[in-house]
Write a protein that binds this ligand. Structure first.
Ligand code: PHE
Length: 467
């Protein structure tokens, strides 16, 4: 039956290529840029602990579900859910869940590309030696200057989007492997070098305590944020891992591979946090600085060590590559879907989708400058307003897109996929795809997908609503 399907978009040459591609998708700005600033904003240890629990109990089961759905159907997410649901005697409407996920991926890409653009900009700034010997305040002002200029941000946002669209237009399978095989290990080594530097700052233990001291009072504050970020970080809930699963060879073991990818991703996040926070404390920066945290901390560190200029350039190149390989996986599900559904060529599908994401991304560009005062969901003493110019509270455009995608759509998408794999596809199909040797492991995995992950997601939503 469906076990011998082949994908029209190509397939990975081996299990290793899937590992590289999935790791490339997972490891990106989420681990290096977003994780540390969220840990800072949500007060440290409590966030980290909830994040780790969500990765293990919810993120990994969802990732397994996505991979096995993708590989079984060998189609883009919306078509995969439709075909498998109908095969199992259920409604084809399940595909709507995946469709919503694919739209969410495009929304994420709209702001992801803007931040990816910042890292391109910083390659040049580091190379010019702008940070040599700079103080923390100077680096902070520099970042403020960069984001206050809409033209500059738009330029780099455009460059980043073009780079991502280029690979997609050629087909992911051809484009990704070679670059990632070299770049990912170097990124890892450079993070270790940064860790080494932060150990010499004299504030290393302060960083460790900040990240791992558990503060129960703050758990509820960051609960939904941590769960949403677990999805974001693993690239699950939108169909990115599912489409990569669709290109996975039949003989590769899903469970071992998925757990490996999740471990690497989590490790990189922790490493980034451990490298950054000691520098934050040593330089007197504020850990709850927000989205600028990495762009202020690291240039300061590189500006004040031997060979910092060179290392800084290499580092931002690698961050840009990590971001680029994630951006590709955000665009691919919808591109694959439209290639399957229409007669339009991949090149044009890619162009129009990338253009749309770019256009929406301008909203994020402007959130940091000309639309800084535009606030949505404002709750003030005078009551609740959907929109108010210049309000002190509320979310800017970037905040709204980030909140809607990471905290609402990703968990809902994940819920749809695990429930689908756990309850709709049928036990036989799941067993066949997972092909685990040990029946105990299979039962445990099914238990995680059927009960633990779905209930976990619902409990976090409920806790947030009744907080
Ligand atoms: N996981 C990527 C990162 O951490 C972002 C991403 C989210 C990619 C969702 C694909 C899907 O940077």
């Amino acid at each position: 039956m469906s076990t011998d399907k082949v994908s029209v978009h190509g397939s990975w040459a081996s299990r290793w290529v899937f590992i590289f591609a999935a790791t490339g998708s997972a490891v990106g700005l989420g681990s290096i840029w977003k994780f540390p600033y969220m840990v800072g904003v949500y007060g440290g240890g409590a966030f980290v602990l909830v994040f780790l629990a969500c990765i293990a109990l919810i993120g990994v089961p969802v990732m397994l579900a996505e991979t096995l759905i993708g590989r079984r159907a060998r189609l883009s997410p919306a078509n995969a859910l439709k075909v498998l649901a109908v095969e199992a005697g259920h409604s084809g409407r399940w595909s709507w869940g995946a469709f919503a996920g694919m739209i969410t991926a495009l929304l994420i890409l709209s702001f992801y590309s803007v931040v990816g653009g910042w890292s391109l900009d910083y390659i040049i700034n580091m190379g010019k030696g702008d940070f040599q010997g700079a103080t923390a305040d100077q680096v902070g002002d520099y970042f403020g200057g960069v984001i206050s200029n809409p033209w500059r941000l738009t330029f780099w946002h455009t460059a980043f989007m073009l780079l991502s669209a280029f690979v997609i237009a050629r087909g992911v399978v051809a484009g990704l492997e070679r670059s990632l095989r070299i770049m990912m290990p170097i990124l890892f080594v450079l993070l270790l070098v940064l860790l080494g530097y932060s150990m010499t700052t004299g504030h290393f233990m302060e960083g460790v305590h900040f990240m791992f001291d558990f503060n129960p009072d703050r758990v509820l504050d960051g609960l939904l944020a941590a769960m949403g970020h677990a999805f974001f970080s693993l690239s699950v809930g939108v169909g990115s891992i599912m489409i990569y699963g669709a290109y996975m060879p039949k003989n590769a073991s899903i469970s071992g591979t998925v757990v490996g990818v999740a471990l690497i991703d989590t490790f990189v996040s922790l490493l980034a946090g451990l490298a950054l926070f000691p520098i934050v404390f040593a330089s007197g920066l504020n850990p709850s600085e927000g989205p600028g945290l990495m762009f202020v901390t690291l240039p300061f560190a590189f500006g004040n060590v031997a060979f910092g200029q060179l290392m800084g350039v290499v580092f931002f190149v690698l961050v840009a590559v990590a971001a680029w390989s994630s951006a590709i996986s955000l665009l691919e599900p919808m591109v694959a879907y439209l290639v399957e559904r229409t007669r339009v060529r991949r090149l044009w599908v890619t162009f129009w989708l990338a253009f749309t994401c770019w256009f929406v991304g301008l909203g994020t560009v402007f959130s940091f400058n000309i639309w800084k005062q535009a606030k949505f969901f404002v709750s003030e003493e005078s009551g609740f307003h959907l929109y108010q110019w210049g309000a002190a509270s509320g979310l800017d455009f970037f905040g709204v897109v980030d909140f809607f995608t990471s905290r609402i759509m990703l968990p809902l998408g994940g819920l749809c996929f695990v429930v689908f794999a756990g309850w709709i596809m049928g036990r036989g199909a799941v067993r066949d795809e997972l092909s685990m040797r040990s029946p105990v492991m299979f039962t445990l995995t099914l238990f995680l997908m059927r009960y633990v992950a779905p209930l976990g997601i619902l409990i976090v939503f409920a806790a947030q609503l009744w907080k």
